[in-house]
Design a protein around this ligand. Sequence first.
Ligand code: CDP
Ligand code: MG
Length: 710
Amino acid sequence: MSKRTKWDTKGDLDESKNLPIYQHKATLQQAVKDNSFLVVTGETGSGKTTQLPQYLHQAGLWGNGKIGITQPRRVAAITVAQRVSQEMHCSLGREVGYQVRFDDCTTQDTVVKYMTDGCLLREILADPVLSQYSVVILDEAHERSLNTDILLGLLKQTLSSPDKASKGRSVPLKVVVMSATLETDKLSVFLGGCPVFTIPGRTFPVTSKFSCAIGPKDTESSVYVKEVVKVALDVHTSEMAGDILVFLTGQSEIEKACDMLYEKAESIDYRYDVQDRKVEGLLILPLYGSMPTDQQKQIFQPPPPGIRKCVVATNIAATSLTINGIKYIVDSGFVKQLNHNSRVGMDILEVVPISKSEALQRAGRAGRTSAGKCFRIYSQEFWEKCMPKYTVPEIQRTSLTTVILTLKCLGVHDVIRFPYLDRPEERFIIEALKQLYQCDAIDRRGKVTRLGELMVQFPLPPGLTRALLQAASLGCEDLLLPVAAMLSVENIFIRPGHPEKQKEADKKHRQLGVQAGSCNDFTMLLSVFEKCKASDAPSAWCKDNYIHWRALKSAFSVETQLREILLRQQNRRDFPMEKFDGNKSELFRRCLCTGYFTNVARRSVGKVFCTMDGHGSMVHIHPSSTLFDQEAQLDWVIFHDLLVTSRIYIRTVCPIRYDWVKDLLPKLHEVDVYELSSVAREEVTDEEVAKWVTKEAAKRQTEGSAEDVF
Ligand code: CDP
Ligand code: MG
């Protein structure tokens, strides 16, 4: 048997008493009562995330408020809430609920609330002292996600100022920071020397083996996917019983690997090929962020007798989720990571080698209940040459624009001297200020504008929000709301693996584009959204047009939520309104320009475009675009994002006229770095300021001012 079977066994809920944390229940309850800040650490899988909130709940520590637990990843928030609601014998959304971006599964009864760190950050905007909460638990602090890092700084600031901390609250807020064993001393020092509670745990030895399959040059996805499949099958046939956990980087790779595994596992003859006679089948299960939640549940259930479970997962299985019974790890050595790419001046999701500490964490997943084995598909040379010692915290490698706007809206004007656990490079902060200035969210003095206050309420990237608000002020939000929703959900276009089907899918997608009239990738999104919504049988319509129905369903819900936020703003008298006389297609594209003028490119030669943001990157239109192969007819375009492989591709593209951005483009160059960082002047030496000013002047000279360029 090697099917992806559905089966029904209930996980043993009583097993929670066997978790290492159980021994320390009373001590932990007391420690939280006694301290405003507490760091709790313990091996992954010791029960921190699922048990501690329940202990605090049982101890009545919630008083009149909620117990909030943040997670850097949405899947973790959802699956853990599911599990805990089972353990507490309530239906999900009642006493135990979750909230992630665009999906709120809580009610008035919810006391234990799992949520993403981004959600709590948004709640702080509306309620800076978190008066609804008695306890806030920042989980997975070692992951060093941007939002968790900012929450740490904010809560430190709030709790260390007694006036602020008690304002609007009857009992003081308790903050627990949970982390795997890394970084706990640093956290404690940061939080004013707060106590660290370590849950002693036993781990078993894991032997790790390198292989020579992947060397420093083998970074092609197809190469390492093939290799992990081969190794996983080797493990299945030659190792004793015990489940396998394979680490890959993302959904499409994982689906590919599962298909390959499934196909190959079919031909195993269990009478001859398998070392352990007790093993009679392989159950293959994918695990990634955007997977439907009912499928995610299966991951945690023990497999039927005689069947070996093989979970093919993203990095989510490294610390956020613990799967019991894993004895073997197959580590691809890669992870998908959002990095600021200085070559193009934007954040890009890219596949990079994991860090050595990450590799050790992955291996450790095999040694929870007995000795395990980790099969690294990469060589020792790869380990030494390509893998950094630690993963750089997100705050030091991604765009800070949204976070800086949030801080400014919270009244943290001096974003340079904010208490960061690890300070981001100043140039990243300045870059964020620059972008916020360019989209009119802050003024030249660094103060939040009225528009900035509106923008911060949307859980969208600033450029997109800016375009949406522009559309709303012109009374045509119906054009932009669906686009914003479609850009907020996972990919909606299905591209089948089979070449014939792929051709058919491409044809259908092209047809949708043609029907959309003006034919660009934004109107395409709008058209798919509207057509599907108008259809009597939307799911069949999707199937017929090679569109992911599940993604569209989420887009419908996201659109409704964005519309609600916008309506609240429009109902206020000071909502900005403007007039426009022109045709609808022009109106639509001009609104896009207001937000995306930072992402403008002009065709230089052949199919090559050149970006206008000062980086002057040479870019190509991505083959998935409706405008691919029509480059010759284009001059100026704007785009939603970039994909960097051996080439730089622009995706979700729209042709525009130079006239529409002419007045905006100078903004890309006019801002004065020195002016924007004025808040930190006292800290900056005159020498440094002089350096900035001359650097900026030199840059302007080499680039020429915007007017010179055009
Ligand atoms: O947070 P920490 O890594 O310390 O542990 P945890 O996530 O609370 O996991 C404790 C136990 O709950 C593990 O044995 C998990 O396998 C189990 N669990 C589960 O069965 N289903 C979930 N959705 C989440 C956790
Ligand atoms: Mg945990």
